[in-house]
Design a protein around this ligand. Structure first.
Ligand code: ADP
Ligand code: MG
Ligand code: ZN
Length: 612
């Protein structure tokens, strides 16, 4: 801004100087001819020194005998001859002079009047032009707000394929299908299939969402348009929507193509969330995305990929069929995948002979793909700084700390005892879950930290369930208590790791009593008016509509339910301690157990399903 201002000032000054110089050139002739009075002229004519006089208005241009020039003025009321005669010029002498009379209304006369006016207008025009030009650039910038700042990658140099993405097997499988759609749309259309519109990639930061999206485009060999959702939203209302339109239009023109909307949670937050100062602009942008996705023809070959690390806050309308109905989860890499990622990023780097990436993988639980890529980079910097020509194992170890102690990862440092605690904790959940008849099957057990949890045990119901029975709830409470009980049994102490489980158990028990009417003593009745408040996402507020006595009774019932779950978990863990140990030690070694591995492991113990 400052720069253009200076530039304009410079140009304006320059123009003024040029104008001033041209004025002076035009009107002040450099060497004015000598002025002569009429009496002098008369004398000279009489002496026969004058050869020619050219008359223009009152101005006389005189040519003397030697060829010299002079000027004089005559009286305006009289003609030249009359004037000269008045000064006593002899008629005979005058005939020797060649007198020419130029028309006064000629070109030069008008120029004399017009040129100054034209020049003044020109100066004004120039000044206006500068101002307009500046205003126009401003206006153009304003129009450009509506254009999406879309980036396109399709040069072969930066082409990424699935080979460049380590691990993420399930995610890749899911996306393989998308690649197929892009490559052979006819095959699917002939079968009457609908081409998927949107795929949502969900995973913590650095798990490779952006990378994977680019790999899909690379595999399919189609243009890849990348835009970050936060760029949609600007100061001006309506910009987001028009940028969305622009982005979709560009992608459609290049179809088959992939439009990648990164960090979609920036706009895809549940609408209406944000009472008071709600962000209208964001909603409009989101609406526009929905409209654009609905507006695709059945065979329009644009697939929208979106990435988020907050799937929990996304608007439900985004997840509806025909929009982002396919969801792909990207987990943090386990030990095997970590090794593979390290290998990918170690390619092209001079690794020393003592380097064992597996050992590095063992020491980096909880690292994301981006962390590992960073680690590799740090280690080569370290080696270079120490003047070595190859990366040593110790460089890698030192870089682990460097990455860990980076500002955001401080709380991720996992000590060996913490790992052990986490392993037993998760084993506790998993063991209780497999032991109880009504529990959902264990899909995955892991001690890789996820968010704030130290590890996780993923249980999924066999089939989509809308109704859950009381027994299932009781089982859920027992499973939630499993981690706490296991820690207490093995270490004689509990850690903060169990706090969220206890909260889950308590909430479940309370819901059982107050909302589902499943308590024996209080019977089928609901208590409290719960209200959904959309504020900063979603929150529930409950209004109490019962007496103190009932409140006490509810607390008592809740406690009873929790105690019951606790007892069941305690019994299982004490009687099946051997299984717990087996699960925990396998977890310490492998970090993650998939369903088959877990089933194979506990299958050896031939456990009988128990009722709660
Ligand atoms: P996200 O978009 O999920 O935050 P990115 O895709 O931007 O993460 O990943 C950041 C970087 O981390 C990538 O450019 C890549 O170098 C590295 N990375 C992440 N995951 C993997 C992986 N599975 N395999 C190889 N590199 C990975
Ligand atoms: Mg990303
Ligand atoms: Zn737990």
């Amino acid at each position: 801004m400052m720069k253009t201002l200076y530039k304009n000032i410079f140009w304006a000054t320059l123009t003024l100087i040029i104008v001033a110089v041209s004025f002076s050139l035009l009107f002040n002739t450099a060497t004015p001819p000598t002025q002569m009075s009429l009496s002098d002229l008369a004398m000279k004519i009489n002496a026969g020194d004058v050869t020619a006089i050219s008359v223009q208005g009152n101005d006389l241009s005189i040519t003397l005998k030697g060829g010299d020039q002079a000027v004089a003025k005559k009286e305006s009321e009289l003609g030249l001859t009359q004037s000269l005669v008045n000064f006593g010029v002899a008629a005979k002498a005058l005939t020797a002079v060649n007198v020419t009379v130029n028309d006064n209304s000629g070109f030069q006369f008008w120029m004399g009047i017009l040129v100054p006016i034209i020049l003044q207008l020109l100066v004004l025009g120039l000044i206006f032009w500068f101002f307009f030009r500046q205003a126009r650039t401003g206006a153009n910038q304003a129009f450009n707000f509506g254009k999406a700042n879309i980036r396109m990658f399709h040069s072969f140099k930066e082409r990424v394929t699935f080979k460049d993405v380590a691990g993420l097997k399930e995610a890749k499988q899911e996306l393989e299908e998308v690649v197929d759609f892009l490559k052979h749309p006819k095959k699917f259309l002939d079968m009457g299939a609908r081409i998927p519109r949107g795929v949502l990639l969900m995973g913590s930061p650095g798990t490779g969402k952006t990378l994977l999206a680019r790999a899909v485009a690379g595999e399919a060999g189609v243009p890849f348009f990348h835009i970050s959702a936060s760029e949609f939203v600007e100061m001006f209302v309506g910009v987001g929507a028009s940028r969305t339109r622009d982005a979709f239009m560009t992608a459609k023109k290049a179809a088959p193509s992939i439009l990648f909307i990164d960090e979609i949670d920036a706009i895809g937050r549940e609408r209406g969330a944000g009472v008071g100062g709600g962000h209208d602009e964001r909603e409009q942008t989101l609406n526009q995305i929905l409209v654009e996705m609905d507006g695709f023809d059945r065979d329009s070959n644009v697939i929208v990929l979106a990435a988020t690390n907050r799937p929990d806050i996304l608007d439900k309308a985004l997840l509806r069929p025909g929009r982002f109905d396919r969801r792909v989860v990207l987990d943090l890499p386990d030990i095997k995948d970590r090794e593979a990622i390290l290998a990918i990023h170690g390619k092209g780097k001079p690794l020393g002979s003592d380097v064992d990436l597996k050992k590095v993988a063992v020491r980096t639980p909880g690292f994301s793909g981006a962390d590992l890529a960073n680690l590799m980079n740090e280690s080569s910097i370290l080696a270079a700084r120490n003047g070595r020509t190859s990366i040593a194992q110790n460089d890698l170890y030192d870089s682990i700390e460097k990455v860990l102690l980076g500002p955001e990862r401080k709380n991720r440092v996992i000590t060996e005892t913490e790992r052990k605690k986490t392993a037993f904790h998760e084993a506790g959940h998993a063991l209780v879950a497999t032991s109880l008849k009504d529990a959902d099957p264990v899909h995955k057990v892991s001690i890789i930290s996820r968010g704030r949890a130290g590890g996780y045990t993923l249980k999924l119901p066999l089939e989509e369930q809308h109704l859950r029975t009381r027994n299932q709830f009781l089982t859920d409470i027992a499973v939630a208590m499993g981690g706490y009980v296991a820690e207490k049994t093995v270490f004689g102490d509990v850690s903060t790791g169990a706090s969220s489980d206890l909260k889950t158990a308590t909430q479940l028990a309370r819901a059982l009593v107050t909302q589902y009417g499943m308590s024996d003593d209080l019977g089928p009745q609901t208590f409290g008016d719960s209200q959904e408040l959309v504020f900063l996402g979603k929150e529930i507020s409950t209004e109490r509509n019962y007496s103190e006595a009932v409140a006490a009774k509810i607390d008592e019932e809740v406690k009873k339910l929790i105690d019951r779950g606790h007892e069941a978990a305690q019994k299982i863990i004490t009687t099946r301690k051997k299984v717990l140990d087996a699960i925990a030690s396998t977890l310490m070694e492998k970090e993650t157990l998939e369903q088959d591995e877990f089933n194979a492991l506990v299958g050896k113990f031939h456990l009988k399903p128990l009722a709660i």
